[in-house]
Design a protein around this ligand. Sequence first.
Ligand SMILES: CC(C)(COP(=O)(O)OP(=O)(O)OC[C@H]1O[C@@H](n2cnc3c(N)ncnc32)[C@H](O)[C@@H]1OP(=O)(O)O)[C@@H](O)C(=O)NCCC(=O)NCCS
Length: 211
Amino acid sequence: MQDEALTRAMQCLTSEERQRYASFTRAERRCQYLIGRVLLRHAVSRVTGIHPKLVATVDRRGSGPGLTLPDGVLHPGISISHSRNWIACITGTGISLGLDIEVTDESRDVTALADAAFSGDEAAWIHGQEAHARVSAFYRFWTVKEALIKLWSNSEKRQPLPLLVDDNGGPHSSGAGWHSLTLAYRNLAIAVCSGMALPEVVLVDATSLLA
Ligand SMILES: CC(C)(COP(=O)(O)OP(=O)(O)OC[C@H]1O[C@@H](n2cnc3c(N)ncnc32)[C@H](O)[C@@H]1OP(=O)(O)O)[C@@H](O)C(=O)NCCC(=O)NCCS
């Protein structure tokens, strides 16, 4: 990020957000936090119609950020994720959301990771994929699980993660009270989870916003 863009982004933050920004020791983490807050302001502005300057966030321990909006503005669902130098956020009206992104790393031993992190049936599905499809299969399950954790935390639900394979051993993308949608963009695996099926997800690359 250029110095000028960094200064402009910093000016958007509230004093509480600046304190949180300054509390991170790693420069990469500071940058993820800052860009996440800028993106969120623009995304919330897009779905509510209010100016980005009228949007502020409050950090909530053990959960995603909350929003402070002018009186009378309906609070949209929001979620943020980062992976290496990618930062993403999602907003949607009248719905709770969970988002996860991961940079796809083809060099990872995804079968060993699946054995360690997933149930036996889920890992078996990953093992059963053709070699070229195994990495994306792994990231599909991983991102959906992380997005579900965020969805349930954002909607203050506590329940165990569901199995992502059905009785026939095949993958499924929805269950009681949850829906997931997975996308790939550049080198990213993306998962969006929501309490009800989403009519559409519009993906916007906002790189130019931060130039
Ligand atoms: C909560 C958790 C899902 C966050 O995921 P992560 O990969 O560490 O971080 P991401 O970059 O994707 O997301 C970070 C953002 O999510 C949000 N967030 C953090 N904790 C959250 C929570 N409990 N609920 C909702 N959102 C949360 C924040 O906005 C944060 O960014 P910010 O601090 O800059 O605002 C993760 O820390 C966790 O607890 N995972 C459990 C491990 C696990 O069982 N994984 C399942 C795979 S088998």
